[in-house]
Ligand binder design. Structure first.
Ligand code: FEO
Length: 202
């Protein structure tokens, strides 16, 4: 006579087949969280620069506004680059909540001082991420982050140059027109430069 089926084992097999297989992660959980925090930081930068663009536009400083609208778009691109990287590495990319950025500024110079301060915070955060990638021997993330290391060096240099220009012109009310024209020219040079590097990537 064949042995009676063991219902306990059959039930165990059935239950096991219902458990979804554990997702294979190409990043550690700590790295996923830290990269998602960076997504939030880049998203905040995008809204901070949008807020600055609105402040300039409201004051009819169209050159400075154009500069900040472009910076805002760039930060959105920085955010999406990490968002897509997380997904490419089989991890959950999380859309950040909107944190209210600053909306009032004392004067033109203080807007760019705040921009430089924020860029320095981003540089520190990127450097911390690079350190984590080294600690975890995560070569893919280390290589991915090198683009951000170069980008931060360029951005800090750009904003410092603008602050030097404002210092040279002087930032009293008589100087606003000239500051706006200078920053408009810097912005157009950036647009041309970005267009060139995009073409080289194609
Ligand atoms: Fe993407 Fe300027 O930090």
């Amino acid at each position: 006579m064949p042995p009676a089926p063991c219902y306990f084992n059959l039930m165990t097999l059935f239950l096991l087949s219902c458990v979804p297989p554990k997702r294979y992660l190409m990043l550690t959980e700590k790295m996923v969280k830290t990269l998602n925090d960076q997504v939030a930081m880049e998203g905040y930068a995008s809204f901070l620069y949008l807020s600055m663009a609105g402040w300039f536009d409201y004051k009819s400083m169209k050159g400075c506004a154009a500069f900040m609208y472009r910076q805002s778009d760039e930060e959105h691109m920085h955010m999406m680059k990490i968002f897509r990287y997380l997904l490419e590495m089989n991890a959950h990319a999380v859309s950040p909540g909107i944190k209210q950025p600053l909306v009032e500024f004392a004067d033109v110079k203080s807007v760019f001082e705040e921009t430089l301060a924020h860029e320095r915070r981003v540089t520190k955060s990127i450097n911390d991420l690079v350190e984590l990638a080294i600690e975890e021997s995560d070569h893919a993330t280390y290589a991915f982050l090198q683009w951000y290391v170069a980008e931060q060096r360029e951005e800090e240099n750009l904003i410092r140059t603008i602050l030097d220009t404002i210092t040279l012109i002087g930032h009293g009310s008589q100087s606003l027109y000239f500051i706006d024209k200078e920053i408009e020219a810097i912005n157009q040079a950036e647009v041309a430069e970005n267009g060139k590097s995009k073409k080289n990537e194609e």
